[in-house]
Design a binder for this molecule. Structure first.
Ligand SMILES: Cc1ncc(COP(=O)(O)O)c(C=O)c1O
Length: 394
């Protein structure tokens, strides 16, 4: 059975973690892994989540099955978090999923079922797992231009031109905020233009929102998604709580579908849940129950928002200070875009060999496409880091 099996290709980030761990240089810097870290390099459990977990432990009196959609109150709270507290959710259905990845896969299954020939257009570049997940569900994938590595900005005209050429009925995957891996995002007027085009060309928006609250704030980060939702008749969404509730390993996310009317929403939801049944049946409860408690309890929610805001502000400050250090060290504005990017990542625009030199000569670790995790920037070592980056430029 297994004698001819070839190993799966090594995961680049896991390989990087291995190299980092084995590096004995005391000043090593890890900008690779995609989790939020505080200044001590820790990824703490958030206060409100810890409190909710205590209450769960004390009060939970059954672990019986909940159903294919998981915790329905969690689903309602997530729809409001994403679409807005006052959003009309009568045409929206949400299903709790194992993380944002589970949500992406569940939406992909729904798309495959609704339109087996659909092509999903993804940004160039996008999170690598997008392409893998979509293909695993049997969907075709194409790319639209997105990032200009020279300037660190969005190639908006090229993006619009590509979307204009997409056949009606195709699906357009957009990062709701905090684009991974580039950090470059659409502004509100660009979102409005994209929304108009989606309606005009009859394209289905598929919005992945995995970092809500990490960019400009909880509501600001959902602004683009809400601009689209106000214009289009139908859309699909994959949301993740891994980052903004720091519940990475608990696997908490939600798949959402918005249709033309409530009856269609019920049908789409039933198909999504049928997909869940064959993939994993029911989602894990613990993390979603804790998130639901945080979202429902005003005091816990306020504390969560305050802690999330601290994390966001820390990343923003690091962006500004790193961009300033690079400006000083390079005597140029080449890296100013880092301060304008949002979220946990920025792509620096270095070549693979420059990234390798940073690792070998300076113990600075980043993904080979030069994506850095801003939360991993050393508060007290920015000048030295900037000097290292500039030293490999030529
Ligand atoms: C763009 C994007 N979407 C979705 C996810 C899904 O994350 P998870 O499955 O851990 O919730 C990630 C995680 O890195 C991501 O970067």
């Amino acid at each position: 059975m297994f004698e001819d099996l070839k190993p799966a290709p090594a995961d680049k980030i896991l390989a990087l973690i291995g190299l980092y761990r084995a590096d004995e240089r005391p000043n090593k810097v890890d900008l690779g892994v995609g989790v939020y870290k505080d200044n001590a390099g820790k990824t703490p459990v958030m206060r409100a989540v810890r409190e909710a977990e205590k209450r769960l432990l004390a009060d939970q009196d059954s672990k019986s099955y909940l159903g294919l959609a998981g915790d329905t109150a969690f689903n309602e709270a997530m729809a409001k978090l994403v679409f807005g507290a006052n959003a009309d959710t009568t045409r929206i259905r949400a299903a709790q999923t194992p993380g944002g990845s589970g949500a992406l896969r569940l939406v992909a299954e729904l798309l495959k079922h609704a339109r087996p020939d659909a092509t999903v257009w993804v940004s160039d570049p996008t999170w690598v797992n997008h392409i893998a997940i979509l293909r695993a569900a049997g969907l075709q994938v194409r790319e639209y231009p997105y990032f200009d590595a020279e300037t660190g900005t969005v190639r908006f005209d090229a993006m619009l031109a590509a979307l204009k050429g997409a056949p009606a009925g195709d699906v357009i995957l957009l990062h709701g905020c905090c684009h991974n891996p580039t950090g470059a995002n659409l502004d509100a007027s660009q979102w409005t233009a994209v929304a108009g085009l989606l309606v005009e060309k009859n394209l289905l928006p598929f919005i992945d929102i995995a970092y809500q609250g990490f960019g400009d704030g909880l509501d600001a980060d959902a602004e683009g998604l809400r601009i689209v939702a106000a214009k289009v008749p139908e859309m699909v969404v994959a949301a993740s709580c891994s980052k903004n509730f720091a519940v990475y390993r608990d696997r908490v996310g939600a798949a959402m579908v918005m249709t033309a009317n409530a009856a269609q929403a019920d049908i789409a939801s039933s198909q999504m849940l049928a997909g869940a049944r064959t993939l994993y049946s029911m989602p894990p409860d613990h993390g979603a129950a804790a998130v639901r408690m945080v979202l429902q309890d005003p005091a816990l929610r306020a504390d969560w928002q305050a802690e999330l805001e601290e994390m966001r502000q820390r990343m923003l400050l690091l962006r500004q200070r790193f961009a300033e250090a690079l400006r000083r060290q390079s005597n140029s504005d080449r890296f100013d875009f880092i301060a304008g990017h949002r979220g946990m990542f920025s792509r620096l625009g270095l070549t693979e060999s420059q990234v390798q030199r940073l690792r070998e000569e300076h113990a600075v670790y980043m993904v080979s496409d030069s994506r850095i995790n801003v939360a991993g920037l050393p508060e007290n070592g920015l000048e030295e880091l900037a000097k290292a980056v500039v030293s490999v430029l030529d």
